[in-house]
Design a protein around this ligand. Structure first.
Ligand code: SPV
Ligand code: MG
Length: 288
């Protein structure tokens, strides 16, 4: 079956994916011109006010993912954490996302329940390589009918195991049939990712998440050559938090909404994002 992300990847160039945690943020990401959506576990956990530590059920994430897919027209990359258990769990979960219309899934090589990657001192334990290869295999089989892109993610650098271990795992995951390798780093500079990319044998393209090292711009990523997707993993929720905090504080400070009214999105803007005009057209056609 046709998969727009697979076709886009085959065409070459850098695919940009923006995080989203609901259909509204997904629509704004599409409007801004991103190539793809990242259904981030971190963002959805934050939206529910809980840590990103396997606390939300997969169906909670799947329901939101499905809603985002239904309201947008760009490919969605689903963050499946560890696959919610062993290879049997992973296959079950991946099948559900494939049927929901996800273009790609990411599964990471941490133990279930996971802990979030960028938290200092967090619990970062990895599963055996063979065990994770089994998960990749199960994910490939579960997504085959829809041409799902399977992205294997190694947390070797997050777990401080070094570049050699990250390469060993990445190569093993590519051999197991992953379409791409997501290599995550928590370093504050791009050096580690640049070093890894330089040594990557290039069997499959790389995916990066530059949250911790924001100086690695798209131009620099392109210059590295082997990276096919950049995921901006949490900028929807961080932007929302900053904007809400600022406006809420201003309303308290000003004693009303009179000052903020002109500088926040208008109600008409929200009507547009809700596609109200299309509903009004439908009313003319169907309401009798
Ligand atoms: C997410 O956005 O949920 C991710 C990226 O997996 S990170 O939070 O950096 O682990
Ligand atoms: Mg995640």
């Amino acid at each position: 079956m046709a998969n727009a992300l697979r076709e886009r990847l085959a065409a070459g160039g850098l695919v940009t994916a923006m995080a989203a945690h609901n259909p509204l943020s997904a629509r704004l990401a599409e409007e801004a011109g991103f190539d793809a959506l990242w259904a981030s576990g971190f963002e959805l956990s934050a939206a529910y006010g809980v840590p990103d530590a396997s606390l939300l059920s997969f169906t909670t994430h799947l329901d939101m993912t499905r809603a985002m897919i239904e309201q947008t027209g760009i490919p969605l990359i689903a963050d499946l954490d560890t696959g919610y258990g062993n290879a049997i769990n992973a296959g079950h979960v991946v099948g559900a996302y494939a049927r929901a219309g996800a273009a790609a899934v990411v599964i990471e090589d941490k133990t279930f329940p996971k802990d979030t990657s960028l938290l200092p001192g967090a619990r970062q334990e990895l599963v055996r390589i063979e065990e994770f290869q089994g998960k990749i295999d199960a994910a490939r089989d579960a997504g085959a009918a829809s041409g799902l892109v399977v992205i294997a993610r190694t947390e070797a650098l997050i777990a401080d195991l070094g570049i050699e271990e990250a390469l060993r795992r990445g190569i093993a995951y590519a051999e197991a049939g992953a379409d791409l390798l997501l290599i995550h780093s928590k370093r504050k500079t791009p050096d580690e990712i640049v070093a890894f990319t330089g040594r990557w044998p290039g069997r499959v393209p790389l995916v990066i998440v530059p949250t911790a090292y924001p100086d690695l711009t798209e131009a620099k990523i392109r210059a590295l050559g082997k990276i096919a997707i950049v995921i901006y993993a949490n900028h929807a929720v961080r932007a929302a938090v900053g904007a809400m905090r600022e406006v809420f504080a201003a309303i308290r400070r000003d004693g009303g909404i009179h000052q903020v009214d002109k500088r926040i999105a208008s109600v008409e803007d929200i009507f547009e994002l809700q596609r109200v005009a299309a509903m009004k057209e439908a009313e003319k056609k169907y309401l009798r």
